[in-house]
Design a protein around this ligand. Structure first.
Ligand code: 4AD
Length: 473
């Protein structure tokens, strides 16, 4: 009778919820629950069997205790890793130290069995091996925890910007503008018949996948004040590194009536908010990463939340690198881009915390960055109001700038860089009609997830990574 009532009246409970609201579920009136998930391990102790069931909502899953008198006991003891099951039972306090509660099953139903070739075993698999079975890797603790952190950070992102009154902008994926002017775009063409790579077919012009939503965000910021994008971006750079993907997600806030410093302040507040959101809400996952992936990561995140970030000009950063005793592969030099080894030295060894480097030489930065032409010294005048946020373990997490809002200055900069102003006519229009100082930045979401999990390779923090030679799933 009670089972029937329960099946009808109680929807499935997520295991994470059982733990979070244990006191509620331990009340006799609420103790009868229904969970569905995948078997991790089965321990057959003759009188009892212990089945660890994971439904993806937390790291540990829940221990299901099955009494030997249950009619399906024999079937339960035959369950193997990966089988999907539905369990009905009572929540009880657990006598074991491993978990505060467990479920005493009144029924265990096998939903899907597992054939003998199942590639996931109880042992730890290398991340490289798991990349080859990206469709199954979310069943492992590490990848499930990464997925939950990604989801929580995405939620924190929206909460942060929405609570500050930013408008969420859906910038286009297919575009005819190259935002970074670096020519690292994937061309979009229609399939044959009648179309080829060189034909300006469907759109009447060559179009590509976007490298950044910034230019669209500027248009909307110059009407709505503060906006942000959060979407996929694409780079056809042939970078086989642990920090580059061909498809990655970027958060790009853009603020009108704002300076470089306003953008840096906002970036610092956003990163701190994201980290503190995880410390608050994803504690079990962070403990997991601290234990198995990066020792001390919780402390690192607490420091990120609590200490102000450092700020240093590019010129001073070069000076610091120059004076350091560190042996760099690339010699630091004013006018050259910082290499990852330089970025990591600054964040990890010198400042030992996230650091903004700002006012980069104009010649190594994009066309849209505002010139520091009113700086008092000659070297300063050769810089633009750009900034990068460098963080320990990763290097560059954010790139941003104040934008060149002066029509003539922007035009001459485009000409200097051999960009065709006709292609950017609408972008130039923003400077002709009620222009305002404005600033923004882009944060690479996967690098943020790496920073918060300690995962070494960016290919392991996005569900189905795209990188040179790999687009298999
Ligand atoms: O510095 P980037 O290229 O800046 C822009 O695209 C600007 N339009 C952003 C803006 O001002 N709105 O890229 C911004 C960030 C980098 O700091 C990095 O975290 C990430 O995007 N990023 C990548 N992440 C993974 N794979 C790649 N290939 C990446 N390229 C950039």
């Amino acid at each position: 009778e009670e089972q029937k009532r329960s099946r009808a009246g109680h929807p499935r409970v997520r295991v994470q919820r059982l733990y979070a609201e244990a006191a509620h579920y331990l009340e006799p009136a609420n103790a009868y629950v229904h969970i569905k998930g995948w078997v991790r391990t089965v321990r057959d102790q003759k009188q009892f069997a212990f089945v660890q069931v994971n439904d993806g909502s937390n790291v540990s899953g829940v221990q299901v205790v099955v009494d030997g008198s249950l009619p399906s006991f024999h079937e339960v003891t035959q369950l193997t890793t990966g089988c999907s099951v539905a369990v009905l039972g009572y929540v009880r306090e657990s006598p074991g130290k491993e978990q505060p509660i467990e479920i005493h099953a009144t029924s265990v139903e096998l939903i899907g069995s597992v054939s003998s070739e199942y590639p996931l075993q109880k042992k730890r698999h290398s991340f490289e091996f798991l990349r080859g079975i990206a469709h199954l890797r979310p069943r492992t603790n590490s990848f499930a925890a990464v997925a939950r952190i990604r989801s929580a950070l995405a939620s924190a992102t929206h909460t942060f910007f929405q609570s500050m009154g930013f408008i969420y902008l859906h910038s286009p994926i297919i575009t005819s503008s190259d935002c970074e002017g670096a020519g690292e775009m994937f061309r979009v063409t229609t399939l044959p018949p009648g179309a080829g790579d060189d034909q300006a077919d469907f759109f009447g012009q060559r179009v590509s996948l976007t490298v950044s939503g910034q230019l669209s965000a500027e248009a909307y910021a110059c009407a709505l004040g503060d906006v942000y994008t959060f979407g996929p971006t694409f780079r056809a750079e042939n970078s086989n590194t642990k920090r580059h993907l061909a498809e990655f997600w970027m958060i790009e806030p853009e603020m009108a009536f704002a300076s470089r410093d306003d953008a840096m302040d906002n970036a610092e507040a956003y990163v701190k908010y994201g980290v503190s959101f995880l410390l608050d809400k994803q504690w079990e996952d962070l403990q997991f990463f601290d234990r198995f992936i990066e020792k001390g990561i919780v402390q690192k995140l607490e420091m990120t939340r609590d200490l102000p970030f450092a700020r240093v000009t590019y010129t001073d950063a070069i000076e610091i690198l120059f004076k350091s005793k560190e042996k760099f592969e690339f010699r630091p030099e004013w006018g050259a881009d910082l290499q990852t080894e330089h970025e990591r030295y600054l964040a990890e060894k010198h400042f030992q915390r996230p650091v903004f480097v700002y006012n980069y030489p104009a010649k190594i930065k994009a066309f849209y960055m505002r010139s520091n032409d009113s700086e008092s010294n000659a070297e300063g005048r050769r810089t633009v109001a750009a900034f990068d946020l460098l963080v320990p373990g990763i290097g560059e997490l954010i790139g941003g700038s104040q934008r060149e809002e002066r029509y003539e200055m922007l035009l001459s900069r485009m000409q200097e860089l051999n960009l065709n102003p006709d292609q950017y006519w609408w972008y130039l229009d923003l400077r002709r009609y009620g222009t305002v100082p404005h600033a923004g930045y882009g944060l690479g979401f996967e690098r943020f997830v790496q920073y918060c999990t300690g995962m070494d390779n960016i290919r392991d923090v996005i569900p189905f990574p795209r990188y040179p030679g790999h687009c298999d799933f």
